[in-house]
Design a protein around this ligand. Structure first.
Ligand SMILES: Cc1cc2nc3c(=O)[nH]c(=O)nc-3n(C[C@H](O)[C@H](O)[C@H](O)COP(=O)(O)OP(=O)(O)OC[C@H]3O[C@@H](n4cnc5c(N)ncnc54)[C@H](O)[C@@H]3O)c2cc1C
Length: 564
Protein backbone atom coordinates (compact mmCIF):
# COMPACT_ATOMS: atom_id res chain seq x y z
CA UNK A 1 0.00 0.00 0.00
CA UNK A 2 1.23 3.49 -0.80
CA UNK A 3 2.68 5.31 2.20
CA UNK A 4 1.66 8.78 3.32
CA UNK A 5 4.47 11.14 4.25
CA UNK A 6 3.70 14.48 5.85
CA UNK A 7 6.26 17.28 5.89
CA UNK A 8 5.86 20.26 8.21
CA UNK A 9 7.65 23.33 6.86
CA UNK A 10 8.11 24.32 3.25
CA UNK A 11 11.27 26.38 3.00
CA UNK A 12 14.61 24.53 2.80
CA UNK A 13 14.77 21.22 4.68
CA UNK A 14 11.06 20.49 4.04
CA UNK A 15 11.01 20.77 0.24
CA UNK A 16 14.39 19.04 0.03
CA UNK A 17 13.08 16.05 1.98
CA UNK A 18 9.76 16.02 0.08
CA UNK A 19 11.49 16.08 -3.32
CA UNK A 20 13.99 13.40 -2.36
CA UNK A 21 11.21 11.17 -1.00
CA UNK A 22 9.41 11.52 -4.31
CA UNK A 23 12.54 10.54 -6.24
CA UNK A 24 12.83 7.40 -4.11
CA UNK A 25 9.15 6.48 -3.90
CA UNK A 26 6.96 7.22 -6.92
CA UNK A 27 3.79 5.82 -5.32
CA UNK A 28 3.76 7.64 -1.98
CA UNK A 29 1.35 10.38 -1.06
CA UNK A 30 3.48 13.38 0.00
CA UNK A 31 1.88 16.34 1.73
CA UNK A 32 3.94 19.41 2.63
CA UNK A 33 2.30 21.86 5.01
CA UNK A 34 3.72 25.37 5.08
CA UNK A 35 2.64 28.13 7.44
CA UNK A 36 3.89 30.97 5.25
CA UNK A 37 2.51 32.08 1.90
CA UNK A 38 5.63 31.09 -0.04
CA UNK A 39 7.50 27.87 -0.69
CA UNK A 40 11.19 27.08 -1.10
CA UNK A 41 12.34 30.60 -0.36
CA UNK A 42 16.03 31.32 -0.87
CA UNK A 43 16.34 33.07 2.50
CA UNK A 44 20.09 33.46 2.02
CA UNK A 45 19.29 35.71 -0.95
CA UNK A 46 17.19 38.22 1.02
CA UNK A 47 20.10 40.64 1.67
CA UNK A 48 20.97 40.69 -2.05
CA UNK A 49 17.36 41.36 -3.02
CA UNK A 50 17.18 44.20 -0.46
CA UNK A 51 20.57 45.55 -1.56
CA UNK A 52 19.54 45.65 -5.24
CA UNK A 53 21.57 42.82 -6.75
CA UNK A 54 18.20 41.85 -8.25
CA UNK A 55 14.79 43.48 -7.86
CA UNK A 56 12.21 40.80 -8.63
CA UNK A 57 11.19 38.98 -5.41
CA UNK A 58 9.96 36.06 -7.51
CA UNK A 59 13.58 35.22 -8.19
CA UNK A 60 13.82 34.16 -4.54
CA UNK A 61 11.29 31.40 -5.11
CA UNK A 62 12.13 30.42 -8.67
CA UNK A 63 14.04 27.46 -10.08
CA UNK A 64 17.25 28.27 -12.01
CA UNK A 65 15.15 28.26 -15.19
CA UNK A 66 12.72 30.79 -13.74
CA UNK A 67 9.75 28.57 -12.83
CA UNK A 68 7.95 29.66 -9.66
CA UNK A 69 8.09 27.05 -6.91
CA UNK A 70 4.43 27.39 -5.97
CA UNK A 71 1.87 24.68 -5.08
CA UNK A 72 1.15 24.20 -8.81
CA UNK A 73 4.83 23.53 -9.49
CA UNK A 74 5.09 21.02 -6.64
CA UNK A 75 1.90 19.31 -7.79
CA UNK A 76 2.63 19.19 -11.53
CA UNK A 77 6.35 18.53 -11.47
CA UNK A 78 6.75 16.45 -8.33
CA UNK A 79 3.28 15.18 -7.45
CA UNK A 80 3.67 16.73 -4.01
CA UNK A 81 0.62 18.33 -2.40
CA UNK A 82 1.88 21.62 -0.96
CA UNK A 83 -0.48 23.51 1.31
CA UNK A 84 0.59 27.11 1.94
CA UNK A 85 -0.76 29.51 4.59
CA UNK A 86 -1.48 26.40 6.61
CA UNK A 87 -0.14 25.83 10.11
CA UNK A 88 0.22 22.50 11.86
CA UNK A 89 -1.21 23.02 15.32
CA UNK A 90 -0.47 19.68 16.96
CA UNK A 91 0.85 16.20 16.42
CA UNK A 92 -1.05 13.18 17.73
CA UNK A 93 1.74 10.60 17.79
CA UNK A 94 -0.47 7.76 18.96
CA UNK A 95 -2.95 8.19 16.13
CA UNK A 96 -0.12 9.28 13.74
CA UNK A 97 -2.06 12.36 12.73
CA UNK A 98 -1.46 16.11 12.60
CA UNK A 99 -4.06 18.79 13.14
CA UNK A 100 -3.70 21.88 10.95
CA UNK A 101 -5.50 25.11 10.18
CA UNK A 102 -5.83 27.03 6.95
CA UNK A 103 -4.75 30.48 8.11
CA UNK A 104 -6.73 32.23 5.34
CA UNK A 105 -10.10 30.51 5.93
CA UNK A 106 -9.71 29.40 9.54
CA UNK A 107 -10.75 25.89 8.53
CA UNK A 108 -9.16 23.15 10.66
CA UNK A 109 -8.48 19.64 9.42
CA UNK A 110 -6.57 16.50 10.32
CA UNK A 111 -4.07 14.60 8.23
CA UNK A 112 -2.75 11.14 9.03
CA UNK A 113 0.77 10.00 8.23
CA UNK A 114 2.93 6.90 8.12
CA UNK A 115 6.06 8.97 8.70
CA UNK A 116 6.36 12.64 9.57
CA UNK A 117 9.22 15.02 8.83
CA UNK A 118 9.45 18.20 10.92
CA UNK A 119 11.25 21.15 9.31
CA UNK A 120 9.78 24.08 11.18
CA UNK A 121 12.98 26.14 11.05
CA UNK A 122 13.86 28.91 13.46
CA UNK A 123 12.53 32.35 14.35
CA UNK A 124 14.44 35.57 14.83
CA UNK A 125 14.92 36.48 18.48
CA UNK A 126 13.19 39.74 19.35
CA UNK A 127 14.50 41.20 22.62
CA UNK A 128 11.86 42.19 25.11
CA UNK A 129 12.79 45.87 25.27
CA UNK A 130 10.63 48.97 25.70
CA UNK A 131 9.37 50.20 22.32
CA UNK A 132 9.80 46.87 20.52
CA UNK A 133 6.30 47.21 19.00
CA UNK A 134 7.10 50.48 17.21
CA UNK A 135 6.70 50.67 13.44
CA UNK A 136 10.00 50.56 11.61
CA UNK A 137 11.51 47.76 13.71
CA UNK A 138 12.06 44.68 11.59
CA UNK A 139 14.01 41.49 11.27
CA UNK A 140 15.30 40.00 8.02
CA UNK A 141 14.00 36.47 8.43
CA UNK A 142 11.11 36.15 5.98
CA UNK A 143 10.05 37.10 2.46
CA UNK A 144 7.72 39.64 4.06
CA UNK A 145 10.64 41.23 5.94
CA UNK A 146 12.71 41.35 2.76
CA UNK A 147 9.85 42.97 0.82
CA UNK A 148 9.22 45.45 3.63
CA UNK A 149 12.86 46.58 3.66
CA UNK A 150 13.00 46.73 -0.13
CA UNK A 151 9.81 48.76 -0.21
CA UNK A 152 11.12 51.25 2.33
CA UNK A 153 14.33 51.63 0.34
CA UNK A 154 12.31 52.23 -2.81
CA UNK A 155 10.23 54.90 -1.07
CA UNK A 156 13.49 56.52 0.02
CA UNK A 157 12.18 57.24 3.51
CA UNK A 158 15.08 55.68 5.41
CA UNK A 159 18.01 57.97 6.03
CA UNK A 160 19.55 56.23 9.02
CA UNK A 161 19.26 52.65 10.20
CA UNK A 162 20.53 50.81 13.25
CA UNK A 163 21.35 47.14 12.87
CA UNK A 164 21.14 45.43 16.23
CA UNK A 165 23.58 42.51 16.21
CA UNK A 166 26.80 42.20 14.23
CA UNK A 167 26.52 38.54 13.21
CA UNK A 168 26.33 37.16 9.73
CA UNK A 169 22.79 38.34 8.95
CA UNK A 170 23.37 41.71 10.65
CA UNK A 171 26.44 42.44 8.58
CA UNK A 172 24.80 41.30 5.33
CA UNK A 173 21.82 43.53 6.16
CA UNK A 174 24.14 46.44 6.91
CA UNK A 175 25.75 46.07 3.49
CA UNK A 176 22.36 45.84 1.76
CA UNK A 177 21.04 49.00 3.40
CA UNK A 178 24.26 50.95 2.90
CA UNK A 179 24.14 50.01 -0.80
CA UNK A 180 20.56 51.29 -0.79
CA UNK A 181 21.83 54.71 0.27
CA UNK A 182 21.11 54.39 4.01
CA UNK A 183 23.57 55.50 6.64
CA UNK A 184 23.99 52.48 8.94
CA UNK A 185 25.25 51.81 12.43
CA UNK A 186 25.82 48.26 13.62
CA UNK A 187 25.46 47.82 17.38
CA UNK A 188 27.04 44.68 18.79
CA UNK A 189 27.06 43.73 22.45
CA UNK A 190 30.30 41.73 22.18
CA UNK A 191 33.59 43.52 21.70
CA UNK A 192 33.69 42.51 18.02
CA UNK A 193 31.43 41.82 15.06
CA UNK A 194 31.23 38.32 13.48
CA UNK A 195 31.86 36.31 16.63
CA UNK A 196 32.93 33.25 14.63
CA UNK A 197 36.19 35.11 13.92
CA UNK A 198 38.95 35.97 16.36
CA UNK A 199 39.01 39.58 17.48
CA UNK A 200 41.94 40.71 15.36
CA UNK A 201 40.51 39.06 12.24
CA UNK A 202 37.03 40.50 12.84
CA UNK A 203 38.62 43.93 13.28
CA UNK A 204 39.94 43.76 9.71
CA UNK A 205 36.37 43.20 8.49
CA UNK A 206 35.10 46.01 10.72
CA UNK A 207 37.75 48.34 9.26
CA UNK A 208 36.54 47.46 5.78
CA UNK A 209 32.90 48.06 6.75
CA UNK A 210 33.89 51.47 8.15
CA UNK A 211 35.83 52.27 4.98
CA UNK A 212 32.54 51.87 3.10
CA UNK A 213 30.82 54.39 5.33
CA UNK A 214 29.30 52.04 7.91
CA UNK A 215 29.52 52.83 11.61
CA UNK A 216 30.15 50.07 14.15
CA UNK A 217 29.63 50.27 17.90
CA UNK A 218 30.82 47.26 19.90
CA UNK A 219 30.74 46.40 23.57
CA UNK A 220 27.27 47.73 24.32
CA UNK A 221 23.70 46.61 23.72
CA UNK A 222 20.38 48.30 23.05
CA UNK A 223 18.29 49.24 26.07
CA UNK A 224 15.25 50.89 24.46
CA UNK A 225 13.60 51.79 21.18
CA UNK A 226 12.38 55.38 21.19
CA UNK A 227 9.38 56.33 19.07
CA UNK A 228 7.40 59.26 17.80
CA UNK A 229 3.81 58.87 16.59
CA UNK A 230 4.16 55.10 16.84
CA UNK A 231 7.25 54.87 14.62
CA UNK A 232 10.87 54.40 15.59
CA UNK A 233 12.87 57.58 15.96
CA UNK A 234 15.95 56.46 17.83
CA UNK A 235 17.66 53.56 19.58
CA UNK A 236 18.99 54.04 23.08
CA UNK A 237 22.10 52.08 24.00
CA UNK A 238 22.88 50.58 27.39
CA UNK A 239 25.73 53.08 27.79
CA UNK A 240 23.27 55.98 27.40
CA UNK A 241 24.06 56.96 23.82
CA UNK A 242 21.05 57.67 21.59
CA UNK A 243 21.24 56.86 17.88
CA UNK A 244 18.65 58.57 15.71
CA UNK A 245 17.20 56.33 13.02
CA UNK A 246 14.12 55.65 10.91
CA UNK A 247 14.66 51.90 10.86
CA UNK A 248 16.04 49.29 13.25
CA UNK A 249 16.78 45.77 12.06
CA UNK A 250 17.11 43.12 14.75
CA UNK A 251 19.61 40.39 14.03
CA UNK A 252 20.63 39.01 17.40
CA UNK A 253 20.19 35.38 16.45
CA UNK A 254 17.49 32.77 15.93
CA UNK A 255 15.70 30.29 18.17
CA UNK A 256 14.64 26.83 16.92
CA UNK A 257 10.91 26.38 16.32
CA UNK A 258 10.67 23.27 18.48
CA UNK A 259 7.47 24.01 20.40
CA UNK A 260 5.26 21.78 18.24
CA UNK A 261 7.68 18.88 18.74
CA UNK A 262 7.97 19.56 22.47
CA UNK A 263 4.18 19.64 22.88
CA UNK A 264 4.01 16.28 21.10
CA UNK A 265 6.38 14.89 23.72
CA UNK A 266 9.44 14.56 21.52
CA UNK A 267 12.80 14.92 23.22
CA UNK A 268 14.23 18.44 23.06
CA UNK A 269 17.97 18.92 23.46
CA UNK A 270 19.93 21.08 25.86
CA UNK A 271 20.16 23.92 23.31
CA UNK A 272 16.41 23.99 22.69
CA UNK A 273 16.45 22.19 19.34
CA UNK A 274 14.70 18.92 18.57
CA UNK A 275 16.93 15.94 19.46
CA UNK A 276 17.72 13.69 16.52
CA UNK A 277 20.12 10.81 15.99
CA UNK A 278 22.48 10.64 13.01
CA UNK A 279 19.59 9.24 10.91
CA UNK A 280 17.76 12.53 11.62
CA UNK A 281 15.20 10.50 13.56
CA UNK A 282 13.60 12.01 16.65
CA UNK A 283 12.76 10.15 19.86
CA UNK A 284 9.68 8.84 17.98
CA UNK A 285 10.76 6.30 15.31
CA UNK A 286 7.99 7.53 12.97
CA UNK A 287 9.07 11.16 13.14
CA UNK A 288 12.21 12.63 11.59
CA UNK A 289 13.35 16.24 11.74
CA UNK A 290 15.96 18.46 10.13
CA UNK A 291 17.08 22.02 9.49
CA UNK A 292 17.16 24.95 11.87
CA UNK A 293 14.75 23.28 14.32
CA UNK A 294 17.15 20.47 15.33
CA UNK A 295 20.36 20.10 17.30
CA UNK A 296 23.30 18.41 15.64
CA UNK A 297 26.75 17.30 16.72
CA UNK A 298 29.72 19.59 16.27
CA UNK A 299 32.33 17.16 14.98
CA UNK A 300 35.22 19.24 16.31
CA UNK A 301 33.97 19.66 19.88
CA UNK A 302 31.65 16.62 19.93
CA UNK A 303 29.09 18.84 21.70
CA UNK A 304 25.52 19.32 20.58
CA UNK A 305 24.94 22.57 18.74
CA UNK A 306 22.34 24.58 16.89
CA UNK A 307 23.53 25.17 13.36
CA UNK A 308 20.93 27.25 11.49
CA UNK A 309 22.47 27.18 8.04
CA UNK A 310 20.87 26.58 4.66
CA UNK A 311 23.40 24.05 3.38
CA UNK A 312 23.04 21.93 6.52
CA UNK A 313 19.22 22.10 6.32
CA UNK A 314 19.27 20.72 2.77
CA UNK A 315 21.77 17.98 3.56
CA UNK A 316 19.77 16.90 6.60
CA UNK A 317 16.55 16.86 4.57
CA UNK A 318 18.22 14.61 2.01
CA UNK A 319 19.50 12.19 4.65
CA UNK A 320 16.14 12.05 6.45
CA UNK A 321 14.28 11.37 3.19
CA UNK A 322 16.41 8.33 2.41
CA UNK A 323 15.92 6.92 5.90
CA UNK A 324 12.19 7.63 5.77
CA UNK A 325 11.82 5.64 2.56
CA UNK A 326 14.42 2.86 2.98
CA UNK A 327 14.69 2.60 6.76
CA UNK A 328 17.69 3.94 8.65
CA UNK A 329 20.58 3.48 6.27
CA UNK A 330 22.44 6.76 5.76
CA UNK A 331 23.75 9.17 8.36
CA UNK A 332 24.34 12.87 8.91
CA UNK A 333 27.26 12.77 11.33
CA UNK A 334 27.30 16.47 12.12
CA UNK A 335 28.86 19.76 11.14
CA UNK A 336 32.17 21.47 11.77
CA UNK A 337 30.88 25.03 11.67
CA UNK A 338 31.69 26.40 8.24
CA UNK A 339 30.27 29.75 7.18
CA UNK A 340 31.01 32.67 4.92
CA UNK A 341 29.67 36.14 4.24
CA UNK A 342 30.31 39.02 1.88
CA UNK A 343 31.00 42.47 3.26
CA UNK A 344 31.17 44.84 0.29
CA UNK A 345 34.48 44.00 -1.47
CA UNK A 346 35.60 41.79 1.38
CA UNK A 347 34.77 38.21 2.31
CA UNK A 348 34.83 36.71 5.80
CA UNK A 349 34.80 32.95 6.20
CA UNK A 350 35.51 30.47 8.92
CA UNK A 351 35.44 26.76 9.59
CA UNK A 352 35.92 24.86 12.83
CA UNK A 353 36.91 26.77 15.95
CA UNK A 354 38.41 30.21 16.33
CA UNK A 355 41.25 30.52 18.81
CA UNK A 356 39.00 32.20 21.37
CA UNK A 357 36.32 29.51 21.01
CA UNK A 358 38.94 26.77 21.36
CA UNK A 359 40.37 28.36 24.52
CA UNK A 360 36.87 28.75 25.98
CA UNK A 361 36.30 25.05 25.35
CA UNK A 362 39.41 24.21 27.33
CA UNK A 363 42.01 23.67 24.61
CA UNK A 364 45.13 25.10 26.22
CA UNK A 365 47.89 23.79 23.97
CA UNK A 366 47.08 25.76 20.85
CA UNK A 367 49.31 26.88 18.03
CA UNK A 368 48.19 29.49 15.50
CA UNK A 369 49.53 30.92 12.27
CA UNK A 370 48.44 34.09 10.49
CA UNK A 371 49.31 34.29 6.83
CA UNK A 372 48.63 37.04 4.30
CA UNK A 373 49.28 36.92 0.57
CA UNK A 374 47.63 37.78 -2.74
CA UNK A 375 45.34 35.06 -4.06
CA UNK A 376 47.01 35.13 -7.51
CA UNK A 377 50.34 36.29 -8.90
CA UNK A 378 50.69 40.08 -9.07
CA UNK A 379 50.58 40.07 -12.88
CA UNK A 380 47.09 38.52 -12.67
CA UNK A 381 45.86 41.21 -10.29
CA UNK A 382 45.90 39.17 -7.10
CA UNK A 383 43.92 40.42 -4.11
CA UNK A 384 44.93 39.68 -0.50
CA UNK A 385 43.61 36.79 1.55
CA UNK A 386 44.46 36.77 5.26
CA UNK A 387 44.28 33.32 6.82
CA UNK A 388 44.45 32.33 10.46
CA UNK A 389 44.96 28.66 11.25
CA UNK A 390 44.26 27.30 14.71
CA UNK A 391 45.69 23.89 15.57
CA UNK A 392 46.14 21.60 18.54
CA UNK A 393 49.86 21.78 19.30
CA UNK A 394 49.96 18.21 20.60
CA UNK A 395 48.57 16.62 17.45
CA UNK A 396 49.19 19.48 14.98
CA UNK A 397 45.77 18.89 13.49
CA UNK A 398 43.61 21.85 12.56
CA UNK A 399 40.91 22.90 15.00
CA UNK A 400 39.82 25.82 12.87
CA UNK A 401 40.55 28.29 10.17
CA UNK A 402 39.46 31.82 9.36
CA UNK A 403 40.06 33.76 6.19
CA UNK A 404 39.17 37.33 5.25
CA UNK A 405 40.02 39.78 2.53
CA UNK A 406 39.09 40.89 -0.96
CA UNK A 407 40.68 37.78 -2.50
CA UNK A 408 39.16 34.34 -3.04
CA UNK A 409 38.40 33.39 0.55
CA UNK A 410 35.74 30.82 -0.32
CA UNK A 411 38.16 28.43 -2.00
CA UNK A 412 40.58 28.49 0.94
CA UNK A 413 37.85 27.99 3.52
CA UNK A 414 36.50 25.07 1.47
CA UNK A 415 39.91 23.37 1.50
CA UNK A 416 40.30 24.08 5.22
CA UNK A 417 36.86 22.60 5.92
CA UNK A 418 37.83 19.40 4.13
CA UNK A 419 41.10 19.25 6.07
CA UNK A 420 39.31 19.63 9.40
CA UNK A 421 36.57 17.19 8.42
CA UNK A 422 39.17 14.61 7.39
CA UNK A 423 41.25 15.30 10.55
CA UNK A 424 44.37 15.84 8.43
CA UNK A 425 47.76 16.47 10.04
CA UNK A 426 49.68 19.60 9.06
CA UNK A 427 52.23 17.32 7.38
CA UNK A 428 49.47 16.24 4.97
CA UNK A 429 48.49 19.83 4.25
CA UNK A 430 51.91 21.22 3.32
CA UNK A 431 52.17 19.17 0.12
CA UNK A 432 48.54 19.12 -1.02
CA UNK A 433 48.01 18.81 -4.76
CA UNK A 434 45.64 21.74 -5.35
CA UNK A 435 44.95 23.14 -8.82
CA UNK A 436 47.37 25.82 -9.97
CA UNK A 437 47.49 28.18 -12.94
CA UNK A 438 48.08 31.95 -12.66
CA UNK A 439 44.43 32.99 -13.20
CA UNK A 440 43.41 30.94 -10.14
CA UNK A 441 46.11 30.97 -7.46
CA UNK A 442 49.78 31.41 -6.67
CA UNK A 443 52.01 28.37 -7.35
CA UNK A 444 51.82 27.61 -3.65
CA UNK A 445 48.19 28.17 -2.80
CA UNK A 446 47.43 30.52 0.11
CA UNK A 447 46.04 27.64 2.14
CA UNK A 448 49.19 25.55 1.67
CA UNK A 449 51.41 28.55 2.40
CA UNK A 450 49.50 29.11 5.65
CA UNK A 451 50.06 25.43 6.48
CA UNK A 452 53.80 25.93 5.76
CA UNK A 453 53.82 28.76 8.28
CA UNK A 454 52.05 26.60 10.84
CA UNK A 455 54.49 23.75 10.24
CA UNK A 456 57.48 26.11 10.52
CA UNK A 457 56.19 27.32 13.86
CA UNK A 458 55.33 23.81 15.05
CA UNK A 459 58.81 22.55 14.16
CA UNK A 460 60.41 25.57 15.85
CA UNK A 461 61.79 26.90 12.57
CA UNK A 462 60.05 30.22 12.89
CA UNK A 463 58.80 32.25 15.81
CA UNK A 464 55.83 34.48 15.09
CA UNK A 465 53.89 37.15 16.88
CA UNK A 466 50.38 38.31 16.00
CA UNK A 467 49.39 41.94 15.63
CA UNK A 468 47.27 41.59 18.76
CA UNK A 469 50.13 40.19 20.82
CA UNK A 470 52.45 42.97 19.62
CA UNK A 471 49.88 45.64 20.39
CA UNK A 472 49.51 44.24 23.92
CA UNK A 473 53.29 44.30 24.41
CA UNK A 474 53.50 47.92 23.27
CA UNK A 475 50.55 48.91 25.45
CA UNK A 476 52.28 47.25 28.41
CA UNK A 477 55.29 49.49 27.81
CA UNK A 478 57.59 46.82 26.37
CA UNK A 479 60.05 48.06 23.77
CA UNK A 480 61.02 45.31 21.34
CA UNK A 481 63.17 46.29 18.36
CA UNK A 482 60.75 46.48 15.44
CA UNK A 483 62.00 46.45 11.87
CA UNK A 484 59.98 47.06 8.72
CA UNK A 485 62.01 45.48 5.90
CA UNK A 486 60.10 46.98 2.97
CA UNK A 487 61.66 49.45 0.56
CA UNK A 488 61.84 53.16 1.50
CA UNK A 489 59.12 54.13 -0.98
CA UNK A 490 56.73 51.59 0.44
CA UNK A 491 57.60 52.79 3.92
CA UNK A 492 56.97 56.38 2.92
CA UNK A 493 53.58 55.50 1.43
CA UNK A 494 52.27 53.47 4.39
CA UNK A 495 53.68 52.64 7.78
CA UNK A 496 52.59 51.45 11.20
CA UNK A 497 54.29 54.12 13.26
CA UNK A 498 54.88 51.94 16.32
CA UNK A 499 58.52 52.88 16.81
CA UNK A 500 59.83 50.72 13.99
CA UNK A 501 63.06 51.13 12.00
CA UNK A 502 63.01 50.81 8.24
CA UNK A 503 65.81 48.54 7.01
CA UNK A 504 64.97 47.23 3.52
CA UNK A 505 65.55 43.49 3.12
CA UNK A 506 68.45 44.07 0.72
CA UNK A 507 70.26 46.06 3.42
CA UNK A 508 69.63 43.83 6.42
CA UNK A 509 72.84 41.84 5.91
CA UNK A 510 74.93 45.01 5.94
CA UNK A 511 73.06 46.67 8.80
CA UNK A 512 73.86 44.41 11.72
CA UNK A 513 75.44 47.39 13.46
CA UNK A 514 71.96 48.91 13.80
CA UNK A 515 70.85 45.97 15.95
CA UNK A 516 71.43 45.92 19.71
CA UNK A 517 74.55 44.14 20.94
CA UNK A 518 72.49 42.18 23.49
CA UNK A 519 71.64 39.06 21.47
CA UNK A 520 68.66 38.22 23.68
CA UNK A 521 66.82 41.44 22.72
CA UNK A 522 63.41 40.78 21.22
CA UNK A 523 63.50 41.70 17.52
CA UNK A 524 60.28 41.73 15.45
CA UNK A 525 60.47 41.94 11.67
CA UNK A 526 57.79 42.38 9.05
CA UNK A 527 56.90 43.66 5.61
CA UNK A 528 53.60 43.99 3.77
CA UNK A 529 52.73 40.31 4.21
CA UNK A 530 55.82 39.25 6.18
CA UNK A 531 57.43 37.09 3.53
CA UNK A 532 60.40 39.46 3.35
CA UNK A 533 60.06 39.78 7.12
CA UNK A 534 60.59 36.02 7.44
CA UNK A 535 63.67 36.12 5.12
CA UNK A 536 65.17 38.87 7.25
CA UNK A 537 64.30 37.05 10.49
CA UNK A 538 66.11 33.91 9.30
CA UNK A 539 69.27 35.96 8.66
CA UNK A 540 69.10 37.87 11.96
CA UNK A 541 68.56 34.63 13.91
CA UNK A 542 71.53 33.09 12.11
CA UNK A 543 73.70 35.85 13.58
CA UNK A 544 73.11 34.66 17.12
CA UNK A 545 69.97 36.62 18.07
CA UNK A 546 67.83 34.31 20.17
CA UNK A 547 64.50 36.16 20.35
CA UNK A 548 63.64 36.93 16.73
CA UNK A 549 60.01 37.00 15.67
CA UNK A 550 58.05 37.63 12.50
CA UNK A 551 54.95 39.83 12.72
CA UNK A 552 52.49 37.37 11.18
CA UNK A 553 50.55 38.68 8.21
CA UNK A 554 52.58 41.92 8.25
CA UNK A 555 50.85 45.19 7.48
CA UNK A 556 48.05 43.33 5.72
CA UNK A 557 46.89 41.72 8.96
CA UNK A 558 47.44 44.80 11.17
CA UNK A 559 43.96 45.74 12.43
CA UNK A 560 44.94 48.83 14.44
CA UNK A 561 45.25 52.41 13.21
CA UNK A 562 48.44 53.16 11.25
CA UNK A 563 50.53 56.31 11.24
CA UNK A 564 50.27 56.39 7.44
C1 LIG B 1 18.80 36.81 5.74
C2 LIG B 1 19.30 35.41 5.84
C3 LIG B 1 20.49 35.07 5.24
C4 LIG B 1 20.98 33.77 5.34
N1 LIG B 1 22.15 33.47 4.74
C5 LIG B 1 22.62 32.21 4.80
C6 LIG B 1 23.79 31.86 4.11
O1 LIG B 1 24.41 32.69 3.44
N2 LIG B 1 24.23 30.58 4.20
C7 LIG B 1 23.55 29.63 4.92
O2 LIG B 1 23.97 28.48 4.96
N3 LIG B 1 22.41 29.94 5.57
C8 LIG B 1 21.94 31.20 5.53
N4 LIG B 1 20.77 31.50 6.15
C9 LIG B 1 20.09 30.47 6.96
C10 LIG B 1 19.17 29.60 6.12
O3 LIG B 1 18.30 30.39 5.39
C11 LIG B 1 18.41 28.65 7.04
O4 LIG B 1 19.34 27.87 7.72
C12 LIG B 1 17.45 27.76 6.29
O5 LIG B 1 16.46 28.51 5.65
C13 LIG B 1 16.79 26.79 7.26
O6 LIG B 1 15.87 26.01 6.58
P1 LIG B 1 14.71 25.26 7.36
O7 LIG B 1 13.91 24.57 6.33
O8 LIG B 1 15.26 24.47 8.47
O9 LIG B 1 13.88 26.41 8.07
P2 LIG B 1 13.16 27.70 7.50
O10 LIG B 1 13.80 28.19 6.27
O11 LIG B 1 13.05 28.62 8.66
O12 LIG B 1 11.73 27.16 7.11
C14 LIG B 1 10.84 26.65 8.05
C15 LIG B 1 9.45 26.88 7.54
O13 LIG B 1 8.56 26.16 8.40
C16 LIG B 1 7.38 26.91 8.51
N5 LIG B 1 6.70 26.50 9.76
C17 LIG B 1 7.11 26.73 11.03
N6 LIG B 1 6.22 26.20 11.89
C18 LIG B 1 5.24 25.63 11.15
C19 LIG B 1 4.05 24.95 11.46
N7 LIG B 1 3.67 24.73 12.71
N8 LIG B 1 3.28 24.52 10.43
C20 LIG B 1 3.65 24.71 9.15
N9 LIG B 1 4.76 25.36 8.81
C21 LIG B 1 5.55 25.81 9.79
C22 LIG B 1 7.85 28.35 8.55
O14 LIG B 1 6.82 29.21 8.11
C23 LIG B 1 9.04 28.34 7.61
O15 LIG B 1 8.73 28.81 6.33
C24 LIG B 1 20.25 32.79 6.06
C25 LIG B 1 19.04 33.13 6.66
C26 LIG B 1 18.55 34.41 6.55
C27 LIG B 1 17.26 34.77 7.20
Amino acid sequence: MAKTYVIIGGSAAGPKAASKIRRLDQEAEIIMIQKGDFLSMASCGYPYFVGGVFDDPNMLIATPTGTQRDPGFFSNVKDIKALTSTEVLSIDRKAKRVKAVNLKTGEEFEQSYDTLFIATGASAIVPNLPGKELKGISTLQSMEDAMYLKDRLKKGDIKKAVIVGGGLIGIETAEALELGGVSITVVEMLDQILSFLDWEVAKLVENHLRSKGGNVITGTGVSEFIGENGAIKAVKLADGRVLECDLAVLSIGVRPNSRLAAEAGLTIGERGGISVNTFMQTSDPFIYAGGDCVEVTNLVTHNKALWPMGDAANLQGRVAAQNIVYGNSVEYEGMIGTGICKVFDYVAGSTGLSEQMARKLGYTNIITAIHAAPDKPGFMGGAPVIIKLVADRTTCKLLGMQAVGPGDVSKRISVGAMAIYAKMHVHDLVNLDLPYAPPFSPAIDNFIAAAHLLQNKWLGRMDGISALELRKKLDAGEKPVIIDVRGPEEYEAMRLGIGEMNIPLGKVRSSLDKLPSDKSTEIILYCKISLRGYEAACFVASRGYTNVKVLEGGLCAWPFPREK
